[in-house]
Design a protein around this ligand. Sequence first.
Ligand code: ZN
Length: 202
Amino acid sequence: MDQIKIGKFIAECRKKKNLTQAQLAEKLNITNRAISKWETGKAMPDSNIMFDLCDILEITVNELLSGEIIDMEQKEEQLNDLIFQMAQNEERYHKRLRHSAYVIIATSLSALICLITLISLLIPECGFQYFLIIVSIILFIIPCIIALKFKVETGYYECKNCQHMFVPNYKEIALLMQTPTRRLLKCTKCGKWTWCEKVLKK
Ligand SMILES: [Zn+2]
């Protein structure tokens, strides 16, 4: 608690009410010196006087203790800002995840192509060559599953029919038709198949 700030605030409120220190002291049944001590930050009003003081100054105890008028509108604005920021962070996180998914798929695909080319160049066509190619393809599938997980976790799809937002399952993400921003999906709410639009936040 900032006693100096509280003191200045008490003085300010008293002056707003057109009261002298003596008049306020009289109303509270205390000495002028006590008021002077509060206003210079040397002492705090006792808790038994605090309510009467707030009553006279028409402020809340909360305002008295924070040394300022608490503006409800300002509070609400701060809260809205906070919510907006949180939504933005979520969107940024989703964008990053999606970007990682593309990087993983592109890297794995290039690696796979290089590997298969090398295998076919260096190893004569035989059972061992096919075996190596199959192993490479399996190795490629693992990062793709990870990338797929990223893609599922990035944002939502909005049903064209009922505007319901939902996250499709892995099977749908992997198998069904899609464009970069839309995907043919069955809505989890209305059950209709539509070209759902990708949205990064609700
Ligand atoms: Zn729907």
